[in-house]
Design a protein around this ligand. Structure first.
Ligand SMILES: Cc1cc2nc3c(=O)[nH]c(=O)nc-3n(C[C@H](O)[C@H](O)[C@H](O)COP(=O)(O)OP(=O)(O)OC[C@H]3O[C@@H](n4cnc5c(N)ncnc54)[C@H](O)[C@@H]3O)c2cc1C
Length: 491
């Protein structure tokens, strides 16, 4: 038995980590379980990273309410957790007379949800702000923003951990049973007991729910693909550029999003697929994204695309319904809180979802606030953000700061080692990438990946065959050339 907790949260995505951190404010034994070998192994690591303002969700919906609340909570949270974000604003552009009417509708919905500062501007005004974009008119949302979703999730988890939450990675929940005193949770790392369970397993939340006989939920994976433009295109747009959402798809349409790192994201596409783990990018969608991007920004230099990736929406809406349903956040069985269908705007809403879940738990348990909760997370300034003189003194104190591992993103060996010393012992290439940015630049790991492999070998004695890109399904090496040659000969 792995111990007994007051609350056990399943899934260390942005929602589970936000809930765990919120629970850390109280005198509670809280446990967070994650099946992957690091926190943020699911959809929270790859999305548009947009802080939405509530334009798209019906008044009175949880999506509308929690999105606006979460967005408002974000600046304080970002300061406490020491993570970057930018309120760069967003323009939803209208290119036809019909779309002009849609802008009024979006504005009305946003205002009903409590979004502030929405204005409709002329095409001429848009041109002044966004010289590369042509449209008849645009809806401007000044407080929409961008952030780094993976860094936000990691920061929430680290802060929860430093405030006493027990976080177990590589711990997949296999079964849950109701027992007299609460719940018995069987995992790949033994059995946990808890009074209360919060199911925030993202794309697998329906399967977790079914473990307790609640099989009324079914999630439909809907893949979204993205393309990334090189940083030298960062000045093409000053704000997010969105189309009027397509009426039938229940998604927002291909948009252009500046990123905190200075790239531009194109995407996402929307495609219902059968396999939840199928994170491919496809020729067909790449073409679709390129043409969607050209419609928004005709001069977009598509030869500057450096990478593509995909992410999976967990939709409650079946494909034939072609719409979007609201988040489901409810205590389906006593002391078992289900979070189902937390698709967009789940990232923006996560701090507000966490508050809502804690309110639900307060109704079940008498809980008191911890007096020593520390909301802040310390972060060392990245080498690339330090001044020349600071860099010189860093190198003087520790020469590994002077060894550049990632030349595109200027990440030093010291920072790679610090990232590998993360509290979750995630020793993968992705663990370094999400913590330092190494591998996110123009060459996308061509230069730094072998160097990180070398560091894993030198510092942790890991053999190449033990090194993974992200999880145990992604080995980087399958053997030495000699071994493979011998094997082929014997076949
Ligand atoms: C293409 C796309 C674009 C998006 N853009 C935005 C945006 O710009 N703004 C916004 O607000 N939202 C956006 N979203 C939505 C947002 O990404 C999600 O709502 C949010 O990340 C959901 O977080 P989560 O914690 O619920 O899920 P996840 O991050 O998937 O976390 C669930 C975790 O549960 C773990 N897990 C699953 N099963 C088990 C098990 N049996 N045992 C233990 N652990 C388990 C998983 O490994 C995973 O880490 C976007 C989503 C997509 C797909």
């Amino acid at each position: 038995m792995r111990g007994k907790s007051d609350v056990l949260v399943i899934g260390a995505g942005v929602v589970g980590c936000a809930i765990a951190r919120e629970l850390a404010k109280f005198n509670l034994e809280t446990v967070l379980l994650e099946k992957e070998n690091d926190v943020c192994g699911g959809v929270s690591k790859g999305n548009s990273g947009v802080l939405h303002t509530g334009l798209y969700y019906p008044k009175g919906s949880l999506k509308g309410k929690l999105c606006v609340e979460g967005r408002l909570m974000f600046p304080k949270l970002a300061k406490q957790l020491n993570i970057p974000y930018k309120l760069c604003g967003k323009h939803v552009i209208a290119r036809t007379d019909e779309e002009l009417k849609d802008l009024e509708g979006l504005k009305a919905v946003g205002e009903a949800n409590g979004a502030k500062g929405l204005t409709i501007i002329s095409g001429k005004e848009l041109k002044k702000r966004e010289p590369n974009v042509d449209a008849l008119s645009a809806l401007y949302s000044p407080v929409a923003g961008i952030m780094l979703p993976y860094l936000f999730t990691i920061a929430l988890a680290e802060n929860a951990l430093s405030n006493g939450v027990k976080i177990h990675v590589e711990t997949k929940v296999l079964n849950i049973e109701q027992v007299n005193s609460g719940y018995k949770v069987s995992t790949t790392q033994g059995v946990f007991y808890s009074d209360i369970i919060v199911n925030s397993a993202g794309l697998y939340a329906d399967r977790i729910s079914a473990m307790l006989g609640l099989d009324k939920y079914k999630l439909y994976p809907c893949r979204g693909e993205y393309l990334i433009l090189d940083k030298n295109c960062g000045e093409l747009i000053n704000s997010m550029i969105y189309p009027v959402p397509p009426k039938i798809a229940g998604v927002l349409g291909v948009h252009l999003t500046p990123t905190i790192e200075g790239n531009v994201l194109i995407g996402p596409s929307a495609e219902f697929i059968n396999m939840r783990e199928d994170q491919r990018t496809t020729k067909e969608k790449i073409k679709q994204l390129m043409s969607g991007a050209k419609e928004l920004l005709p001069s977009i230099p598509l030869n500057e695309i450096i990478y593509g990736f995909s992410a999976m929406r967990s939709k409650i809406t079946p494909p034939e319904e072609k719409g979007s349903r609201d988040f489901i956040i409810r205590e389906d069985i006593e002391n078992f809180v289900n979070l189902i269908g937390i698709e967009s705007p789940g990232l923006t809403s996560s701090p507000a979802i966490a508050k809502m879940v804690v309110q639900m738990i307060k109704k079940r348990k008498d809980i008191t606030e911890k007096i020593d909760f520390d909301p802040t997370r310390r972060r060392t300034t990245p080498f690339r953000e330090s001044s020349r003189s600071q860099q010189a003194s860093l190198i003087k104190g520790d020469p590994t700061y002077g060894e550049m591992v990632c030349r595109c993103e200027h990440v030093s060996k010291r920072e790679v080692i610090d990232a590998l010393n993360n509290p979750f012992s995630a020793r993968t290439i992705s663990a370094v990438k999400y913590r330092t940015g190494a591998g996110m630049g123009r060459c996308h790991g061509g230069f730094c990946l072998p160097k990180i492999v070398e560091i894993l070998n030198e510092e942790y004695g890991m053999f190449p065959k033990e090194i993974y890109l992200k999880n145990l399904n992604s080995p980087l090496f399958i053997g030495t050339t000699k071994e493979l040659r011998e094997k082929r000969k014997s076949e």
